[in-house]
Design a protein around this ligand. Structure first.
Ligand SMILES: [Zn+2]
Length: 466
């Protein structure tokens, strides 16, 4: 089966191949850097990462661009309230975002680009739209006239033919069903940051940022454009209007949207106090891998219900995989190969790949891996798992982890010295003797995170560095 993805444009699962057969030109709407990313944002960025990794697994090369929105209504309001220059304010949150990406093991897109460094491209694009008669000016601002763009609504599948001509909006966001002419360039106001332009001093609207940067780096027609489902309208609809209005060519072949995340069955909101950031979860004692696992355990097109309980379950699952891998690496096995296990292994890989090819069905892909672990763990217990099966099983785990990336501990160079390892092992042994198994496991995992692998043998505990 070929790799297939759900395209919001056609509302169908379609086979995906990049237009040149090799390099995927992909654009993802990035963060607006005015605050820490919350786990709903991180779901979308983790989805981008999953998609990237699967495209690479399938042999494609990536040219992935993500923007940093560093000029926008909320940013300006917040930085002015605090009396901090806008760039100083945004750089701080950009840095936090990049740190979170790294902690979450999210691959960096090939190009990360800031809106404020592409004002010139935005101005050019607005001028093109002006010459095509798709805009009008009002009080120093420039608006896109959506009634002049017949394709308006094709992504959100709304019929906007009866819209009120001339109704317009200056805000960067507005309600569904309420299509209005949107602002391309906002005239200079008070002390707000501004740039000079042929149509007057001001600053870009949010939507024009993505059109200008996507086309600059990836050409007129992208292979894939991704974002959270809340961006489909109006943001992506407006991106289409701007880009296609200017070039007359399709802007993106595939539009892929990641669903929302709820917390305890409710929308995240300030008033409910249920907005979590990665940093909040780490403070509560959870690991970034557990969050990665939770976010990937639900296919991206399904709503995900986040609970702190699910974080614990995820950690247990990750520990099972890690212990299984340790066992595969260190158990003494009898010679020869068990053909049944060789078949199990092949079947598991086939199921894993077919699930991912099926619109990134990460839940099924996980199930295939865990079924294999369960079955072969008991075969290891029975002694029918043989030396000749070791490499194939480890290869399966490596394939799985090339996408899920939760097994291999990401040990920062903690510089744990031998004597510390020995004393932790002694502590663990006493914990086990006292039947404090949770504590013993905790120490084992702590060591694993520092790159120390323990092996319980008849003669006591052996350990090695990874
Ligand atoms: Zn965007």
């Amino acid at each position: 089966m070929a790799l297939s993805l759900f395209n919001t444009l056609s509302l169908q699962v379609e086979e995906f191949v990049p237009s040149d057969g090799r390099t995927v030109r992909m654009y993802s709407c990035g963060p607006t850097v005015y605050n820490y990313a919350h786990i709903g944002n991180l779901r979308t960025f983790t989805f981008n990462d999953t998609l990237r990794r699967w495209l690479r697994y399938r042999g494609f090369v990536l040219n992935h661009v993500m923007n940093i929105t560093d000029v926008e209504d909320k940013i300006i309001r917040k930085s002015m309230e605090l009396g901090i220059p806008m760039t100083e304010y945004t750089l701080k949150y950009e840095q936090f975002f990049l740190e979170d990406m790294e902690t979450m093991r999210l691959e960096k897109p090939e190009q990360i680009v800031r809106a404020t460094e592409h004002i010139h491209e935005m101005v050019d694009l607005i001028e093109t739209l002006q010459t095509k008669g798709l805009t009008y000016d009002s009080e120093g601002s420039v608006y896109f006239r959506i009634s002049k763009f017949p394709g308006y609504g094709k992504l959100s599948h709304h019929d906007f033919s009866g819209i009120q001509a001339g109704a317009r909006v200056d805000n960067d966001e507005y309600d569904k069903d309420d299509a209005r002419d949107f602002v391309l360039w906002k005239s200079r106001k008070g002390e707000e940051p501004y740039w000079d332009a042929p149509f007057g001093a001001g600053r870009p609207g949010w939507h024009i940022e993505c059109s200008a940067m996507a086309m600059k780096y990836l050409g007129d027609t992208l292979d894939i454009h991704t974002g959270g489902v809340d961006l489909a309208f109006p943001h992506h609809e407006n991106e289409i209007a701007q880009s296609e209005g200017a070039t007359g060519k399709p802007f993106a072949r595939f539009w892929i949207h990641c669903e929302h995340l709820h917390v305890d069955m409710q929308k995240m909101s300030k008033s409910l106090g249920n907005i979590f950031t990665l940093r909040d979860l780490i403070e509560l004692g959870h690991t970034p891998e557990a969050l990665r696992f939770v976010l990937m355990s639900v296919p991206y097109r399904k709503r995900l219900n986040f609970t702190l309980e699910s974080m614990k379950g995820a950690q247990t699952s990750i520990d099972r995989l890690r212990n299984y891998k340790l066992r595969l690496e260190s158990d003494k096995l009898s010679p020869s190969t068990n053909p049944d296990i060789a078949n199990l292994c092949q079947d598991a890989i086939a199921k894993f790949e077919a699930s991912m090819d099926d619109d990134l069905n990460t839940a099924e892909a996980l199930a295939a891996a865990f079924e294999f672990v369960r079955e072969t763990n008991s075969l290891l217990d029975q002694g029918s798992f043989l030396e000749g099966n070791r490499t194939a099983a480890l290869d399966l785990l490596a394939r799985f982890d090339s996408v899920f990336d939760v097994i291999e501990p990401r040990h920062k160079s903690t510089g744990i010295v031998d004597s510390e390892v020995e004393s932790l092992i002694t502590e663990r042994t006493s914990a086990k003797k006292a039947r404090q198994f949770a504590k013993a496991d905790e120490i084992r995992n702590k060591l694993l995170e520092s790159g120390i692998i323990l092996e319980d043998t008849k003669d006591g505990v052996r350990w090695k560095r990874k």
